[in-house]
Write a protein that binds this ligand. Structure first.
Ligand code: NAD
Length: 509
């Protein structure tokens, strides 16, 4: 057997420091690789049928006691988790870089997002408010209560390997639910690290039930077991629309709840009044940041004909010079690797389709293949298209930006909304009529609609998610906590009469 690489050693040292049992990631058969170099960094143990059954059993048992712990006390556990994340921010951020290929600020940023949602959830733990409702009957009162729901399944992607879990888990835990997590098969190590941090927080908390938080290591079969288990009343599943097409109907079949956070095909509109320098910076981050591997990545850009030539020229300069490389070795890199060979192949297949349709492409080619033959670095591709057709209508999870010219505002709104997905959108304009129209019911049909910033890089305070084939789910801030609880409506009679609602009479003599 070849000796462990430096990266495998660094990974081992981080995992040891965070308290992950070495047997779990060194004695398994599932090979974990870093997309930065393509080298093997661990051999992870998968969760077999028995382990999955035990994890769901444990979460169901733990729910019986966790649901009775007062919500502000449950918040204390999440506060402790936030503290663990704060002290592990550098190491966990580095592990995100190693396992998902992110640049340093994004690796750390992902952990910061976990800390932010923990803080938010701690506040929510004292605000699980129900309404008091006026009754139409004398000496009656109505009220709503929010009760814990049960063990919650969370299925996540490689591109936000830890933050998406935190969006769900921090809220679910303060809501009195227990959590079973099936992370992406491409990023098991960050999940194991987070679970170790949860266990540290649990230990400090003192009396949290065993089984409160579990991780299932596996691929779609493990996700399907979780999806089909009748003890799991809600599954929050983040990933491709293809995944949602399987998971959504399976949950519907057994009347379980779903939070589906699926693929996007996000657009921006640049109007004649836009601040072009600001737009350029926002477009660059949204289109090529995270190597185009964000659900909110900007993929379609509509530029008004009056400013088209000027903005495309500036974009060409950015695309020609943006630094692509290994973020683990070079802090000035803006674009890291694609996650794997399959992502590269899908990108090249899309570029072939674009060529056949007459699209004009700048970039898109592989780079650093000599140095990293098992890793997939690409130049981001800027593609001028005459029309919105073919591959422009779907999501290719790579740094591809389709640029199209428009003349008329009504026409561009129609084009903007003329795709099956509905996640994130932006308008760059200083014309209040255009801006308000874009934000209105007759404007963008997406879940996220931004003005003078790009479509990506959301904060946790708002509800996150999208419409149409993006799945309709919402995660993170605002009143999303309600998705993790069951609503109880009660009518209380404190009088001695029994009047019926709507004046109904039922005299039994
Ligand atoms: P993916 O769909 O391949 O995998 C996501 C998760 O679903 C993994 O844990 C995987 O094991 C599981 N899975 C896949 N197919 C399944 C099936 N048929 N049944 C049950 N489970 C299944 O996605 P990915 O490549 O890891 O991530 C990229 C995709 O995720 C993109 O489409 C991106 O837009 C989307 N995404 C969406 C959001 C959002 O909030 N809307 C956020 C991040 C990523």
């Amino acid at each position: 057997m070849a000796p462990p690489s430096n990266l495998a050693q660094e990974t081992d040292s981080i995992l040891q420091h965070l308290g992950v049992d070495r047997r779990v990631y060194q004695q398994g058969t599932r090979i974990a690789r870093s997309p930065a170099t393509g080298v093997t960094i661990a051999n992870v143990q998968g969760s077999d049928t028995t382990a999955i059954g035990n994890a769901i059993d444990g979460a169901a048992q733990a729910f019986q006691t966790w649901r009775l712990v007062p919500a502000p006390r449950r918040g204390e556990l999440v506060r402790l988790l936030g503290e663990e994340l704060r002290s592990a921010k550098d190491e966990l951020g580095r592990l995100v870089m190693i396992e998902a290929g992110k640049v340093a600020s994004e690796g750390r940023g992902e952990v910061q997002e976990m800390i932010d949602i923990c803080d938010f959830a701690v506040g929510i733990s004292r605000q699980l408010y129900g309404l008091t409702i006026a009754s139409e009957r004398p000496a009656h009162r109505m009220m709503e209560q929010w009760h814990p729901l049960g063990p919650i399944g969370v299925i996540t992607t490689f591109n936000f390997p830890v933050a998406v879990w935190a969006w769900n888990a921090a809220l679910a835990l303060v809501c009195g639910d227990t959590v079973i997590w099936k992370p992406s098969e491409k990023t098991p190590l960050t999940a194991l690290a987070v679970q170790a941090l949860v266990m540290r927080a649990v230990k400090k908390f003192g009396d949290a039930p065993q089984g409160l938080s579990a991780v299932l290591i596996g691929d779609r079969d493990a996700a399907t077991r979780l999806t089909d288990d009748p003890r799991v009343p809600l599954v929050s599943a983040t990933g491709s629309t293809g995944m949602g097409r399987t998971v959504g109907p399976r949950l519907a079949q057994r009347f379980a709840r779903a939070i589906l956070e699926l693929g996007g095909n996000n657009a921006a509109v640049v109007c004649p009044s836009a601040d072009l320098e600001l737009a350029l910076r926002a477009i660059a981050f949204a289109a090529i940041g995270t190597a185009g591997q964000r659900c909110t990545t900007l993929r379609r850009l509509f530029i008004h004909r009056k400013v088209y030539a000027a903005l495309v020229e500036r974009l060409e300069q950015v695309y020609a010079t943006a630094h692509v490389g290994n973020p683990l070795e070079d802090g000035s890199v803006l674009i890291g690797p694609l996650i794997d060979e399959a992502a590269f192949t899908a990108m090249q297949a899309t570029l072939s389709e674009v060529r056949a349709l007459g699209g004009k492409i700048i970039g898109g080619e592989r780079c650093h293949a000599d140095r990293y033959p098992a890793a997939y670095y690409v130049r981001p591709a800027l593609i001028e298209m005459a029309k919105q057709t073919g591959p422009v209508l779907r999501e290719t999870f790579a740094p591809l930006l389709y640029v199209m010219a428009y003349t008329d505002f009504d026409e561009v709104i129609e084009l903007h909304n003329g795709v099956p997905q509905g996640l994130a959108s932006s308008i760059f304009s200083n014309d209040v009529r255009e801006v308000e129209r874009f934000l209105s019911a007759a404007g963008s049909d997406c879940g996220i609609v931004n003005v003078n910033i790009g479509p990506s890089g959301a904060e946790i305070g708002g509800a996150f998610g999208g419409e149409k084939e993006t799945g309709g789910g919402r995660e993170a801030g605002s009143d999303v906590w309600k998705c993790y609880m069951r609503r109880v409506t009660s009518t209380i009679n404190f009088g001695s009469e029994l009047p019926l609602a709507q004046g109904v009479r039922f005299d039994i003599g």
